[in-house]
Design a protein around this ligand. Sequence first.
Ligand code: GTP
Ligand code: MG
Length: 222
Amino acid sequence: MAENAAGFSDLNQDKYDKDELKIICLGDSAVGKSKLMERFLMQVYHSKDLSTYALTLYKYPTTVDGKTILVDFWDTAGQEKFQSMHPSYYHKAHACIMVFDIQRKITYKNLGNWYKELREYRPEIPCILVANKIDADMKVTQKNFSFAKKHGLPFYFVSAADGTNVVKLFRDAIKLALSYKLNSCDFMDEVMRELENFDMDKKDDYSDKEDDSLKEDKIKKT
Ligand SMILES: Nc1nc2c(ncn2[C@@H]2O[C@H](COP(=O)(O)OP(=O)(O)OP(=O)(O)O)[C@@H](O)[C@H]2O)c(=O)[nH]1
Ligand SMILES: [Mg+2]
C-alpha cells in the first residue's frame, strides 16, 4: 500500500462518487492519529515521529464481502492553528474516526469542537470515537466517557503502541463507511446530488459553457 504526501492530483474528489471510500481522522495534535493509521496500514509502530504538518493520504485497497474497494484514509495535523479544518477535508467523506488521548484530558474536552465542525459538513456520516494510548493506563477502560453515549457513537479503547483493537477499529470504520455510501440518505448528499444533476442539465442546455463555481475546492495547505 502506498502512502502519498497529497498532491493536487490525489485530491480529485469525484472518485468518491464511484467505487472509492474516503475516511477522515479528527482530533487534537499528538493524540495518535497518524500512529493509529500507520499501525493499521503497515503493521509497524515507531514510537517517535514528527508532527504531521500537511495532509497525508493513505491508500488502502481491500475487500469487503467479496467486493474490492479502494479506501483513502485522510490524515492531517491537529495543531492549534489548524483546529478548524478546510471544508475540502470533510467533502464527500463516508466515515470519521475521532481520536482523543486518555493521558490528556484537554483532548477529550476538545472533542465537542471537532464533533460540531464534523456535523456542520457531514451531518449523517458514521463517526467512531476512539480513546487512544490505553497501553499507558489500562485502568482507564473502567472509566465512563459520556461523550460517546451522549452522541450515540460507537466507542473503542485502542492503543497504536501495542495494537489493541486497531484492526477492529479500521475494519469497522470501513464497513460503516461502505454501508453509509450504499444506503446514504444524508440530506446534504441529496442536495449535492440534485445540484450535480442540475449542473448537468444546465450543461446540456448551454453546451460547453463550464460553471467554475461548482468545481471542486482545492486544498491550499501551507
Ligand atoms: N504510549 C502511547 N503513545 C502513543 C500511542 N499512539 C501515539 N503515541 C505517541 O503520541 C505521539 C503523537 O502521535 P502522532 O500519531 O504523531 O499524533 P497525531 O495525532 O498524528 O498528531 P498531529 O500529526 O500533530 O496531529 C507520538 O510521540 C507517539 O509515539 C499509543 O497508543 N500509546
Ligand atoms: Mg499526525
